[in-house]
Write a protein that binds this ligand. Structure first.
Ligand SMILES: Nc1nc2c(ncn2[C@@H]2O[C@H](COP(=O)(O)OP(=O)(O)OP(=O)(O)O)[C@@H](O)[C@H]2O)c(=O)[nH]1
Ligand SMILES: [Mg+2]
Ligand SMILES: [Zn+2]
Length: 350
């Protein structure tokens, strides 16, 4: 296999340097292009094939299981995964619902397309959530607003998104029109991995198809009543474009719980955090305390009420997730210790 074929899949020194000498001889590096219940689809740059998910990997904690975008070492018989290579980046979220379970969304991503559309679906607070996810792992976000062809108010959406962060790249497009995607395509260079995230029906698969110039993924219409999608894409998959980019299509998300992405929240709201540092009291709750810089900025109109509200909400979510995950890890360690002690005890008895 030529190393060019691997490079085109996103292979780089960061992964190469993780290989031991024996591994170079005994294993094949491959990229996970899809994960299904039955197994993992991998690509070595020449062909793609399915590897059944064996017991050991299935039972591994979610964070160590292979996810789409991962680089794995495959045994020479090509039928099992020896190990998952360390990730350059990984998007995690908390599973929807009450329990705090971490879910991996995608690994080794270079650019995140936060996809939204120029209609009722557009929501700046939701965009801030996606931005926090991107900043938390150090991935470049690009906001792509679709359905420009269906509205006369495109520029309003464009301006609202641009106001989120200074210098944030935002593109307003008709995702069905290849000629309209030149600037979007500029992010899709050879070997670059680009993940598409957003609600159902915003046009993630449509963008992929138009960029690829062929129908790689099914797409479907949205409900006219509220512009919400029908969850057409059902599993995550990685696709190679002619340009050499790797596009990761993800099923639409009903809700994105960002989990313990504290650094990401701080980055999205760095202006608010800077103000908070100027309050008179270090533990200011920015409610009725004297000399509160945030209250002052709200009163002068320098700061938007909605933004402060979303900052508080994401901060709360982050704190809750961090505490609960820490508690969960502690219990997991206690359980493992108890199992070990019982095993030692029965060993001594024999
Ligand atoms: N006119 C127009 N229609 C669009 C545009 N982008 C997407 N659509 C349509 O919107 C519908 C939903 O698009 P999809 O690509 O299936 O949306 P998705 O984000 O992949 O949705 P899920 O797979 O459910 O997450 C389809 O009917 C598309 O043709 C656009 O820019 N203009
Ligand atoms: Mg889709
Ligand atoms: Zn304050």
């Amino acid at each position: 296999m030529s190393s060019n074929a691997l490079t085109d899949l996103g292979w780089r020194p960061f992964f190469q340097q993780q290989l031991g000498i024996n591994e170079m001889a005994d294993t094949v590096p491959a990229r996970v292009v899809a994960v299904q219940r039955s197994g993992v689809y991998v690509d070595d740059g020449m062909t793609a094939w399915e590897i059944p998910l064996g017991g050991r990997l299935l039972k591994a904690p979610p964070e160590t299981r292979p996810t789409v975008g991962d680089w794995v070492l495959v045994a020479s018989d090509r039928q099992s995964i020896v190990r998952v290579l360390e990730r350059e980046s990984v998007f995690r979220r908390l599973a929807a619902g009450e329990q705090v379970d971490v879910q991996l969304i995608a690994a080794n991503v270079d650019v995140l397309f936060v996809v939204t559309s120029a209609n009722e679906e557009f929501n700046v607070s939701r965009l801030e959530r996606y931005l926090a996810l991107a900043y938390d792992v150090g991935v470049q976000p690009v906001v792509v607003i679709t359905k420009a062809d269906l509205t006369a108010r495109g520029d309003e959406f464009l301006d609202a998104a641009k106001r989120l962060r200074p210098g944030l790249p935002v593109e307003l497009v008709n995702a069905l029109d290849a000629a309209d995607l030149a600037r979007v395509r500029a992010w899709c260079g050879r070997g670059q991995t680009v993940a598409l995230l957003g609600s159902s029906g915003v046009g993630k698969s449509t963008l992929l198809n138009t960029l690829a110039g062929r129908e790689l993924q099914d797409t479907a219409g949205i409900r006219a009543s509220d512009s919400s999608g029908r969850h057409t894409t059902t599993h995550r998959s990685l696709h190679r474009l002619e340009s050499g980019a790797l596009l990761l299509d993800v099923p639409g998300m009903r809700e994105l719980k960002i989990g313990d992405a504290g650094a990401g929240v701080a980055a999205v709201f760095d202006d608010i955090e800077a103000l908070a540092a100027q309050c008179r009291f270090a533990d200011c709750r920015h409610e009725a305390e004297p000399d509160c810089a945030i209250q002052a900025a709200l009163e002068s109109g320098a700061l938007e009420e909605r933004r402060v509200g979303n900052w508080r909400k994401l901060e709360r979510e982050h704190r809750h997730a961090t505490e609960t995950l820490a508690e969960k890890h502690r219990r997991g360690r206690q359980f493992a210790k108890a199992v070990r002690q019982r095993a030692e005890l029965s060993h001594k008895k024999r």
